[in-house]
Design a protein around this ligand. Structure first.
Ligand code: BMP
Length: 255
């Protein structure tokens, strides 16, 4: 089993190389999903937990007082603490439209998000549209091959065709949102949401597995954790616990 930094040598996409390298350097495969709705909370928690994480995942359109200074400060934290920014935009339209959504509007996502993601329901044109805007900026795209939620339609041939689309665009597609490793190609990075230290569900269809199950047993690479951390009484201590659980599970797999 190859380590993250060994896998980095197989990639051409600069964001994939950066992520795989920094995970090994920082000894963290924890992505923080920071779904808070004010600029102050977002910056405070990102600053406090930055040292523990490899990725900060945002839903920028839920921030009520969004402004350009928020992006500027997130970029500073990303450099200071060495994490990448992943805007969980889940693009889902035709190529021409997603290209505009990625580059234009209020958020200009392609200017600051190292990573974004897309559903494959429109077909490969969605990847081509995003790639026209993102590749020259060195950005990376994740495809939603599976989802963590109950009753998801992302399964079977949909998932298989998503893997095929990724392989056809492996200069820009750097991996998957998935519950498990699906493809035997070490270039692709697998990120799994729906992770808590205790398995369970929420009341809106989210399903949680533990870091050990996801990383050691199911072969994923990165745990994406949201409420498990930022709803904890002491998010810093909790983030350290998730970081250790995720990293130990990775070591158990590669050793
Ligand atoms: P939480 O750990 O609080 O349940 O948050 C999970 C995060 O991951 C949310 O931001 C959600 O949008 C995202 N997510 C998910 O839960 N399941 C998926 O299949 C894909 C996601 O992006």
């Amino acid at each position: 089993m190859k380590t993250f930094s060994e896998r980095a040598t197989l990639c051409t996409n600069p964001t994939a190389i950066q992520l795989l390298t920094l995970m090994d350097e920082k000894k963290s495969n924890l992505a923080l999903s920071l779904d808070v709705t004010t600029k102050a909370e977002l910056l405070k928690i990102a600053g406090d937990l930055g040292p523990e994480i490899c990725i900060l995942k945002t839903h920028i359109d839920i921030v009520e007082d969004f402004d350009e200074d928020l992006i500027h400060q997130l970029q500073q934290l990303s450099t200071q603490h060495q994490f990448l920014i992943f805007e969980d935009r889940k693009f889902a339209d035709i190529g021409n439209t997603v290209k505009l959504q990625y580059e234009k509007g209020i958020y200009h996502i392609s200017d600051w998000a190292h990573i974004t993601n897309a559903h494959t329901v429109p077909g490969p044109g969605i990847i081509e549209g995003l790639k026209q805007a993102g590749l020259e900026k060195g950005r990376g795209l994740l495809l939603l091959a599976e989802m963590s939620s109950k009753g998801t339609l992302a399964k079977g041939t949909y998932t298989q065709e998503t893997l095929d689309m990724a392989q056809a665009h492996d200069d820009f597609v750097i991996g998957f949102i998935t519950t498990k490793k699906l493809l035997d190609d070490p270039k692709f990075i697998n990120l799994t949401p729906g992770v808590k230290l205790k398995a369970g569900t929420d009341d809106l269809g989210q399903q949680y597995n533990t870091p050990e199950k996801v990383i050691t047993e199911q072969g994923s690479d990165v745990i994406i954790v949201g409420r498990g951390i930022y709803h904890a009484k002491d998010p810093i201590t909790e983030a350290k616990a998730y970081r250790k659980a995720g990293w130990d599970a990775y070591l158990a797999r590669v050793q």
